[in-house]
Design a protein around this ligand. Structure first.
Ligand SMILES: Cc1cc2nc3c(=O)[nH]c(=O)nc-3n(C[C@H](O)[C@H](O)[C@H](O)COP(=O)(O)O)c2cc1C
Length: 170
């Protein structure tokens, strides 16, 4: 039987959806059928053998809608192979790699619902013009000026593809 995989994401400014698309493209290379959908667009999990779910990080956590997706679908997700990823700016900091374990703490509430076979931690993109709240835009603008993290796209496509290639979703 052909394996069918769902890659699903929660994103506010589009960088996490781009990561999800790249994971989907990589998984399709070996002939697997892959759907890439926002969590809001997922209506039925039953057709899928495996689910790869990811979220942008805000305030050190998966987005609330992503945590809600896992909570609401936990029984179905527990019957499947489940992998998770996150997209954040901490990893794009100069010494970002040293925070990898700290950033991965965002998976704690996810693991509490569903066991993960793999967890991907990726740098994202900080597009100041796409941040809706003026306060947040100002805060992030200042942090960019102070050199905390870079503005723009810091997604590491080879790292994203390598993680997707290494996924054991059987
Ligand atoms: C309001 C806000 C809060 C954020 N909080 C964090 C954070 O706590 N840690 C972090 O590493 N990145 C944080 N980020 C950076 C985002 O995770 C990063 O820009 C990500 O690529 C956004 O994904 P999206 O484009 O899919 O929304 C924050 C961004 C915004 C706009």
């Amino acid at each position: 039987m052909t394996q069918k995989i769902l890659v699903t994401y929660a994103s506010r400014s589009g960088s996490t959806s781009g990561v999800a698309e790249e994971i989907g493209k990589t998984l399709r290379k070996n002939g697997t059928v892959v759907d890439v959908l926002s969590m809001q667009a997922v209506k039925d999990l039953t057709p899928y053998d495996a689910v790869v779910a990811g979220s942008a990080i805000q305030a050190h956590q998966w987005l609330p809608e992503a945590l809600q997706f896992v909570r609401e679908n936990k029984l179905e997700l527990r019957r499947k192979t489940f992998a998770a990823f996150l997209v954040c700016m901490t990893l794009a900091m100069r010494n970002g790699e040293t925070y990898r374990l700290h950033v991965a703490e965002a998976f704690v509430p996810v693991r509490a619902q569903v066991q993960t076979v793999s967890e991907g931690v990726f740098a994202g993109a900080l597009e100041l013009g796409k941040i809706p709240s003026i306060g947040d835009r100002l805060k992030f603008g200042i942090s960019v000026l102070l050199g905390v993290w870079p503005a723009g796209d810091s997604r590491n496509w080879p790292a994203i593809r390598a993680w997707a290639e290494g996924l054991q979703l059987k």
